[in-house]
Design a protein around this ligand. Structure first.
Ligand code: SF4
Ligand code: SF4
Length: 455
């Protein structure tokens, strides 16, 4: 399996395309190999960072000499210890799609009009997989991507998504897809996902199945998928995999979600397994050759909190990426990128196959600093506690967008879309939910200020 093609050479868009082809077959477009020709003028030699498919948990939790050497050898471009990027260093096969995508790929949930240069920079760094959704920044994300990626369509892979309901008709979905294609200035996307799935009924919908068939036949989508970070993710994922209805998934997954990490590194501390089902489901996806992309890898992304603890050449973000990329059932990370500096920092972890020496202490430190305010994606354990039906995990996720990600606009927009918000918390005794969080969050102390901030 061509899981990795790690290299030290960089990939540049000014190089010509080799081996790239897009053609129709049976109504589907068939893929390209990694489309950007690499060259080695800027970096001589190559470095093998091989990883076998059978790598064990023990092996990848061992601190990788390769990663450590890479981090240690890096020179600095920022006071924070962020390493300069050599661009994408590894492309990974995205399951049965056969697409070879950058191991750290472009998330665009906060992409704005003025950020075309960020997309161009990502492209120049060798990122070839761009993930968007019709809802991201009200369609602006797709529009900006479309503008920059126009003329480069055969060099990149595109995924977009739509939030569907069980009763959303196939025509409505097709209308949304057509809108996305217009904004993206293309006639097809590689993957189309039903977005933020939180109930199995959405997946059982005949409308969805019919839409996928039609869209594939018309050559508008190559593969179907689902994304999720809500409380019923495990149940939805199980169903989608059992029914073999997804080629790619995008799920919230990070170091704090894995019982193995918790038990191994938090002895004596009362942290419990967060998402015990997720590792099993990722293994199930892998066994079915479904492509696995992950998000929410930074567990709230409070990057600035961690600057004082970062060792030269190794940041918290890089540690978190190394951890998740070391997981044998993860193909690639999709991470929101907002600036060139951020891309340089993030790509500092590209191509690594194991955690570096300072990574685990950093990840532990992050949890110690933030876990009392971090509402876990995919959790939802408290949802039945509230008599008023407040969607606690959604409210706290939007709080995270505003407070941790610093994006009040997106947070307010999403909050305004909730059918029930946290208004009831303002006058509630909080008795029903005061001990409902299985991770010890004081829900009311977070939901009340969140409501005030978001309205
Ligand atoms: S404070 Fe009251 S209304 Fe708000 S989540 Fe808790 S129980 Fe529900
Ligand atoms: S508040 Fe606690 S129990 Fe509720 S979804 Fe968040 S982490 Fe889970």
């Amino acid at each position: 399996m061509a899981r990795n093609r790690s290299r030290q050479e960089c990939w540049c868009t000014d190089a010509s395309v080799t081996g790239s082809h897009v053609h129709r077959g049976g109504g589907q477009r068939l893929g390209t190999a990694s489309p950007l020709r690499y060259h080695s003028e800027r970096h001589s030699g190559s470095q093998s960072m091989s990883k076998t498919e059978g790598t064990s948990r023990r092996e990848f939790l061992q601190w990788s000499a390769v990663a450590g050497a890479s981090a240690g050898a890096a020179h600095h471009c920022h006071a924070s210890g962020v390493s300069p990027s050599d661009g994408v260093r590894a492309y990974r096969r995205l399951g049965r799609t056969g697409m070879e995508i950058s191991d750290i790929s472009f998330g665009s949930s906060r992409l704005r009009d003025h950020q075309a240069s960020v997309v161009r920079f990502a492209l120049d760094q060798g990122i070839n997989y761009f993930d968007t959704a019709e809802s991201y920044t009200g369609g602006t994300s797709e529009t900006v991507l479309g503008t920059v990626l126009k003329g480069k369509r055969d060099k990149i892979y595109l995924t977009t998504k739509k939030g569907t309901r069980p009763d959303t008709t196939a025509d409505e979905m097709m209308g949304s897809l057509d809108g996305s294609l217009r904004r993206l200035q293309t006639d097809y996307v590689d993957v189309f996902m039903t977005h933020a799935v939180n109930e199995v009924e959405r997946l059982k919908s005949d409308h969805w199945l019919s839409f996928v068939d039609q869209a594939k036949q018309q050559g508008k989508i190559r593969f179907a998928g689902m994304s999720g970070h809500a409380g019923r993710l495990a149940e939805c994922l199980e169903y989608a995999l059992d029914e073999d209805m997804v080629d790619v998934i995008l799920v919230a997954f990070n170091f704090g979600e894995d019982p193995g990490f918790i038990s191994k590194f938090t002895k004596g501390i009362d942290w419990i397994a967060k998402q015990p089902e997720l590792p099993r489901l990722l293994a199930k996806a892998k066994a079915k050759d479904v492509g696995v992309t992950v998000m929410k890898t930074l567990r709230g992304a409070r990057l600035n909190d961690m600057r004082p603890y970062e060792a030269p050449g190794g940041t918290f973000a890089q540690a978190a990426f190394r951890w998740v990329l070391s997981h044998k059932n993860v193909d690639a990370v999709v991470i929101t990128m907002s600036s060139e500096d951020q891309i340089r920092e993030f790509l500092g972890a590209s191509g690594t196959e194991g955690v570096a020496a300072n990574d685990i202490p950093l990840l532990r430190q992050y949890m110690a600093l933030n876990d009392d305010k971090y509402c876990r994606p995919n959790c939802g354990a408290c949802l039945s506690a509230c008599d008023y039906g407040v969607p606690i995990s959604d409210v706290l996720r939007m709080r995270m967008y505003a407070v941790d990600y610093g994006d009040l606009g997106v947070a307010r927009k999403e909050y305004a879309g909730l059918s029930v918000n946290a208004q009831a918390c303002l006058s509630c005794s909080a008795t029903p939910c005061q001990s409902a969080c299985v991770h010890g969050l004081a829900i009311n102390e977070l939901s009340v200020p969140a409501h005030r901030l978001l309205t």
